[in-house]
Ligand binder design. Structure first.
Ligand SMILES: CC(C)(COP(=O)(O)OP(=O)(O)OC[C@H]1O[C@@H](n2cnc3c(N)ncnc32)[C@H](O)[C@@H]1OP(=O)(O)O)[C@@H](O)C(=O)NCCC(=O)NCCS
Length: 115
């Protein structure tokens, strides 16, 4: 059954400004996998913005705040994103589905949690 869904949309420039203002922002918010993935891309801020949106979508799906870097995205070789959560049993879901999209100015993420 569906345990929760979450959606979030964010301005890429908001994430870019936060990173440029505070160099520690990235390490505090994103996992090493997310940072490495984005650094390999032409326009890293939109990939990071989509991952920030995924964290906020996850918070909506579970109904409460979580440590930012305990939730992250990893990509399969096909490019499909997977949600990785530290200690998933703490949230009561058995399966997570995530989808990301971004254009130059905006990024969105949708998450569905099943139990
Ligand atoms: C994967 C695809 C849907 C992405 O769509 P897009 O409009 O280019 O880009 P979007 O911004 O909407 O989506 C990008 C996100 O899609 C996700 N994505 C990439 N490949 C994916 C896949 N195989 N399955 C699910 N999600 C995928 C990623 O999360 C990516 O963001 P990220 O790189 O930051 O993780 C698109 O590249 C595609 O369909 N390619 C295949 C085209 C095809 O099959 N053509 C037929 C042969 S001609």
């Amino acid at each position: 059954m569906i345990l929760g869904i979450g959606i979030d949309m964010i301005e890429v420039a908001r994430v870019q400004k936060a990173i440029e203002r505070n160099p520690r922002f990235c390490d505090k918010i994103f996992t090493p996998v997310e940072i490495a993935y984005s650094e390999g891309k032409v326009s890293r801020f939109k990939h990071l913005a989509a991952r920030f949106a995924a964290k906020e979508a996850f918070i909506k799906a579970v109904g409460h705040g979580v440590p930012w870097a305990s939730v992250g995205i990893e990509n399969l070789p096909s490019g499909q994103p997977l949600l990785k959560v530290e200690d998933p049993s703490a949230y009561g879901f058995s399966r997570a589905h995530v989808s990301l999209s971004h254009i130059s100015d905006y990024a969105v993420a949708v998450i569905v949690l099943e139990k």
